[in-house]
Write a protein that binds this ligand. Sequence first.
Ligand code: FAD
Length: 179
Amino acid sequence: MPPGARQRGVKVAVLEAETMGWGASSRNGGMVLTGLKLGMQSIAGKYGLDLARRMWQCSLEAILLVEQIVRDEKIDCGFARTGHLLAASKPWSLFGPRAEAAYMDREFGHSLRLVPQSRQRSEIGSDTFYGGLVDDLSAGLNPAQYVTGLAGAAAGRAPYCVQARACCRSSGEPGPSTL
Ligand SMILES: Cc1cc2nc3c(=O)[nH]c(=O)nc-3n(C[C@H](O)[C@H](O)[C@H](O)COP(=O)(O)OP(=O)(O)OC[C@H]3O[C@@H](n4cnc5c(N)ncnc54)[C@H](O)[C@@H]3O)c2cc1C
């Protein structure tokens, strides 16, 4: 349940067909990153700069929210602001990130660090790539531990927390499903 939801009288039921966190949420890479899938320059081109700035802000707040939940619920999941590196797979692949870094600085007041190949080992312990772009605000965690911690917190709070395959099948008929 999101922080503050209980105080606002929100009632939540968690229904899971398998075990809590069965899906991608417990099996993903655990990267808690700034921004969205597309670069912000592309997003601003599609949706305009104002909306892009709001989306960017949401992405920063999402990281803060995860950080706050981990702290408040005392979830032992290795959450750390490690930053993330966008690696260049070809020598010329740094041109895009370089332009994105300049754009982010100018339009979003957000600074990204260009890391040349000569210094990349200190970031990722590998010489495989041709340098990259680091965002120091990004974080990482162990997703299975995070989800286990969330499930424990939800079990103590949610009025209904149901974990059973049979209860979650829809009849397939039109209209509301029976649980
Ligand atoms: C390989 C991989 C790596 C990823 N890496 C990252 C990453 O590093 N960082 C990041 O931010 N995102 C990452 N993602 C994306 C992220 O994991 C997903 O966006 C996120 O898990 C989606 O959450 P969800 O709750 O919508 O779905 P899920 O986490 O998949 O949860 C859906 C749940 O619904 C249950 N369910 C299905 N049908 C029913 C039913 N009828 N009744 C009840 N329950 C049902 C399933 O059992 C499942 O547990 C990655 C995804 C993948 C696949």
